[in-house]
Write a protein that binds this ligand. Structure first.
Ligand SMILES: [Zn+2]
Length: 300
């Protein structure tokens, strides 16, 4: 947390309010939170914010100054937020970076993070490209279904770990992996490469649906996520399994949601997300009643 939908909501708000604005000043309060791929911090003063993009869970500000381009990359980590001033009054401490702007709908953008996971990085073009290549695999919202199929079928690892592996599929963390796998009726530990093609295609469709629906809801405010304007994400109200341990399965199968203690906690319905789908467990369906049983014994 935050994951792809939250980072996308952050990028969209900053884009709408600050693209075209001029950066008049910057303040970096904590040296250990800033990674300087590009060392001249003074370059940024006077530059114009030309674009705001999202890669995985990172938000990338593209700044232009006298036809040169530099970047500021914000990793939100576990608890990081990018906030406009009005929203930040709720979080008086732990502001580590302030970027001041003129000519936009906001006067400042602040990087808030009470924990040290998450960074602000400064990059030139080649530094950004190296960073993106090293950190991020395909984006689930722009990758083709063919490429997604290749990624899943080429890996022998467990499906949920693969879905959360940033260098394979960028942006999905524990919350959305749980929600996607429940909707796709897949067990987290199923081997990725063993999934039938049709099932991978369904997984691809559901992955996109869940992420796009979450973005349209402003993300999920689990623990401390807020958009730059201070608004909360409403997708938490649509979670079907994440944090729902002990509650009835939303599919109405009669079982309750269980929490598996793997490396990251998984929330599953043991019936709807059986590790081996029932029809594959035996070559023929189990006898339903005595007459079926008699018939199957008679033909054996
Ligand atoms: Zn169920």
């Amino acid at each position: 947390m935050p994951e792809l939908p939250e980072a996308e909501v952050v990028a969209r708000q900053i884009r709408a309010r600050l693209v075209g604005a001029r950066l008049t000043g910057s303040w970096f309060g904590r040296p250990d939170i800033v990674r300087e791929g590009y060392r001249d911090r003074n370059w940024y003063a006077g530059s114009v914010l030309r674009a705001v993009e999202r890669f995985g869970k990172s938000v990338v500000l593209r700044l232009e100054h006298q036809e040169e381009i530099r970047y500021i990359v914000a990793e939100l980590g576990m608890t990081g937020l990018l906030l406009f001033p009005a929203a930040q009054t709720r979080f008086p401490q732990h502001v580590h970076v302030r970027l001041t702007f003129t000519g936009g709908a906001e006067s400042e953008l602040r990087y808030w993070n009470p924990r040290r996971f998450g960074r602000i990085s400064l990059f030139d073009q080649s530094g950004l490209e190296r960073y993106l290549t090293r950190r991020f695999g395909c984006d689930p919202l722009t990758v083709t279904s063919e490429k997604f199929l290749t990624i899943i079928k080429e890996r022998s690892g467990r499906l949920k770990a693969l879905m959360m592996h940033q260098q394979a599929i960028a942006g999905i963390g524990n919350i959305y992996a749980n929600e996607i796998l429940f909707r796709a009726r897949l067990h987290p530990d199923v081997r990725a490469s063993r999934l039938p093609v049709a099932k991978v295609e369904e997984l691809f469709r559901i992955t996109r649906e869940v992420l796009l629906e979450a973005i349209s809801c402003g993300g999920s405010s689990v623990r401390d996520f807020f958009a730059p304007d201070g608004s909360e994400g409403r997708f938490k109200g649509r979670h079907l399994v994440y944090g729902k341990e002990g509650l009835p399965c939303p599919n109405g199968c009669g079982r309750v949601i269980r929490r598996l203690q793997s490396e990251r906690s998984s929330f599953i319905c043991p019936a709807c997300q059986a590790r081996t789908p029932r029809r594959q467990r035996t070559s023929s369906p189990a006898p339903k009643n005595n007459s079926d049983l008699e018939r199957s014994l008679a033909t054996a």
